[in-house]
Ligand binder design. Structure first.
Ligand SMILES: *[C@@H]1O[C@H](CO)[C@@H](O)[C@H](O)[C@H]1NC(C)=O
Ligand SMILES: *[C@@H]1O[C@H](CO)[C@@H](O)[C@H](O)[C@H]1NC(C)=O
Ligand SMILES: *[C@@H]1O[C@H](CO)[C@@H](O)[C@H](O)[C@H]1NC(C)=O
Ligand SMILES: *[C@@H]1O[C@H](CO)[C@@H](O)[C@H](O)[C@H]1NC(C)=O
Length: 435
């Protein structure tokens, strides 16, 4: 596949030839291509007329499913870069959407040198580059860079394959949030008979952002708990997508046997036990493609310059695919592996949850809305009601103290809305005794 992939596919795949037509400019080549198409047609028809079922079958298999429509050539920079990647996508993954595992490395368009240097061509390729807000300039200069070293030891996190991996986006300064999560909804170990593992995803606090130097404290924390995934890049809002792809790569190499993955922020409360109950209820045929959260559909980029989610027209044009709000979403480990692979063919986008939606779309999937994810909080009058949390999966936002308080509401046998352990707990205890 790696040595001769595109050429072979081009010959084998009539659809691919059609896709490429627009890129061939001389009529000579066009003529040749049409001739080739004609020959393929003849060969297929002849084999069909001879009744060779196998050929007909493989012909059907070769037709890419057009769940991902290639957009028109756009004046926006991100669209142009992605357009080139979509050509690779069509030739290599479109007919293998369920398991694009043949895609090994990252195409060089997305891979800078190591250590990655800024791509100064963007300063001329984007006409209004110099007038863009600084965060966009930073983002665009490093858009191709996505290999940063992991600087903490996380070898123990998944030494026993977890049923549920909780991956929490955090930044160095949030020590209290991480500790509250460890002591409440993110406690690693066995809950209701299921193994839970927790990791915190961190970049580095950069002196240019006027952060104090917390590196030794984070180092100490990482040694103490072994649950810190810290990469050597600058943690910032627009680098959250980098955090996403780095996590997916780590997941694929170090924790691929996790059955489910939750990824969310460090200012949410997760009712881990209700999440487990929900996962236990999902029918087998639905587990493989599971991706649930607070789904936002029919959205597009904001064009008002002062907004947090502002995207200039010179950077991106188009609508957003359905995506689950980045406060927290839940997906199957198997889908996590497919997301990891497909993400290598999707240009980094400054908004991480939209980016994940873009990856899902290329896998032919749509995230499913689940009413238990309250990323815009619950009604104020219910917030102090312990029972309001019993049947929820996620609530945002909550402070570290809230997390500890709410966790006790559902875990204290004397509390009114205590969630009784499921039968599985016995299994968990047995499991522990056996060791
Ligand atoms: C596309 O399908 C054909 C036939 O099933 C297969 O030989 C080829 O490897 C597939 N391409 C990819 C990228 O999987
Ligand atoms: C991408 O970069 C990484 C690290 O710099 C390197 O190991 C890998 O071979 C590169 N891949 C390609 C396709 O250039
Ligand atoms: C993302 O991280 C890289 C590596 O540290 C940094 O050079 C770049 O400025 C960061 N981008 C943003 C938008 O902060
Ligand atoms: C699981 O299914 C049972 C039986 O259908 C139902 O009573 C329960 O509410 C479900 N639990 C969750 C968390 O969906």
């Amino acid at each position: 596949m790696t040595s001769s992939g595109p050429g072979n596919l081009l010959n084998a795949c009539g659809e691919g030839i059609f896709k490429m037509n627009s890129n061939w400019k001389t009529t000579k080549v066009l003529g040749l291509m049409m001739l080739a198409n004609f020959f393929i047609y003849i060969v297929v028809e002849v084999s069909r007329s001879y009744g060779q079922g196998r050929d007909i079958y493989s012909r059907q298999k070769l037709t890419p499913k057009h769940f991902w429509k290639k957009p028109e050539v756009s004046p926006a920079f991100w669209n142009r870069v992605q357009d080139r990647l979509d050509d690779i996508y069509y030739l290599t993954v479109a007919n293998a959407s369920k398991a694009p595992n043949n895609l090994q490395g990252i195409p060089h368009q997305l891979n800078g040198t190591s250590p990655c240097k800024p791509d100064t061509r963007v300063t001329t390729e984007i006409e209004d580059f110099k007038s863009l807000p600084q965060r966009f300039q930073d983002f665009l200069l490093y858009m191709r860079c996505r290999s940063y070293p992991l600087i903490t030891d996380t070898s123990k996190v998944c030494s026993k394959p977890p049923y549920l991996l909780l991956a929490v986006k955090s930044i160095a300064t949030h020590f209290d949030r991480r500790q509250a999560i460890r002591e409440s909804w993110g406690r690693a170990g066995i809950i209701d008979g299921r193994r839970i593992a927790t990791v915190f995803l961190l970049g580095k606090t950069d002196p240019t952002d006027h952060f104090p130097d917390l590196s030794n404290m984070v180092k100490h924390e990482a040694e103490l708990y072994g649950d810190i995934l810290q990469w050597d890049y600058r943690d910032s809002f627009f680098n959250l997508t980098l955090k996403e792809v780095l996590f997916l790569e780590w997941f694929g190499t170090h924790c691929a046997s996790a059955k489910y993955v939750f990824k969310g922020d460090d200012d949410v409360f997760v009712n881990t036990r209700h999440m487990l109950a929900h996962l236990g209820n999902i029918s087998v045929h639905k587990t493989q493609d599971l991706f649930i959260g607070d789904v936002i559909a029919n959205a597009g980029p904001h064009r008002t310059r002062h907004l947090k989610y502002y995207i200039p027209e010179s950077v991106f044009r188009g609508v957003y695919p359905p995506y689950a709000g980045g406060g927290g979403y839940l997906y199957s480990g198997n889908l996590g592996l497919r997301l990891r692979t497909i993400s290598r063919l999707v240009t980094l986008y400054p908004i991480d949850d939209v980016y994940t939606g873009m990856c899902l779309k290329r896998l032919g999937l749509v995230p499913e809305k689940h009413m238990g994810f309250k990323t815009f909080d619950i009604e104020e009058k219910h917030r102090e009601n312990p029972c309001a949390y019993k049947n929820l999966i996620l609530v945002h936002p909550r402070t570290p103290q809230d997390m500890i308080r709410i966790w006790s509401w559902i875990n204290d046998p004397k509390a009114k809305c205590y969630i009784a352990p499921t039968q599985d707990t016995k299994g968990g205890k047995r499991h522990k005794k056996n060791k």
